[in-house]
Design a protein around this ligand. Structure first.
Ligand SMILES: NC(=O)c1ccc[n+]([C@@H]2O[C@H](COP(=O)([O-])OP(=O)(O)OC[C@H]3O[C@@H](n4cnc5c(N)ncnc54)[C@H](OP(=O)(O)O)[C@@H]3O)[C@@H](O)[C@H]2O)c1
Length: 121
């Protein structure tokens, strides 16, 4: 069984990798950080096979290139953890400068009324 984890070199992706390795999954770790990938592979290799692929998935051809590489390498993941990304809040000021609303640029969510994020169900 093989798990492919994008963003697998740090944060939640790396923790997913640890948990899946502990369950016996071979790993394919993908991120745009070559050194962090190498460190993650050093940590997790041994009990399971770990392969790494340095790929910028923000590039418009990034996902296609990863797919092509997997096909060329004969990798057919049983599990995909699609974790690569960035997440941050940025305060935006309204035109009258009296209120602000959070936005989530990577998700292209529009700014809404103040507090909309925390009031989401
Ligand atoms: N932490 C939270 O509270 C939270 C909340 C909601 C959603 N999320 C989402 O959950 C995921 C993991 O969050 P995290 O906190 O664990 O973040 P993280 O530690 O920054 O991990 C994200 C991983 O994705 C990689 N990555 C970023 N951009 C990439 C790109 N263009 N191509 C390939 N790899 C890329 C990062 O590499 P770099 O070192 O280059 O950034 C990093 O290894 C993210 O997608 C995030 O948006 C997180």
């Amino acid at each position: 069984m093989v798990a492919l984890i994008t963003g697998g070199s740090s944060g939640m992706g790396l923790e997913f990798a640890r948990q899946l390795a502990a369950r016996g999954y071979g790993l394919v770790l993908v991120s745009n950080q070559e050194q962090a990938l190498a460190e993650a592979a050093r940590e997790l290799s041994g009990p399971v096979t770990v392969r790494t692929r340095c790929q910028d998935l923000a590039h418009e051809r990034g996902a296609d290139e990863l797919f092509a590489w997997c096909r060329a390498e004969g990798i057919l993941p049983d599990v995909l953890v699609n974790d690569a990304g960035m997440f941050f809040f940025k305060e935006l000021q309204t035109e009258d400068r009296t209120a602000s609303a959070p936005s989530c640029p990577p998700c292209s969510l529009p700014a809404r009324r103040p507090g909309w994020w925390t009031s989401m169900p």
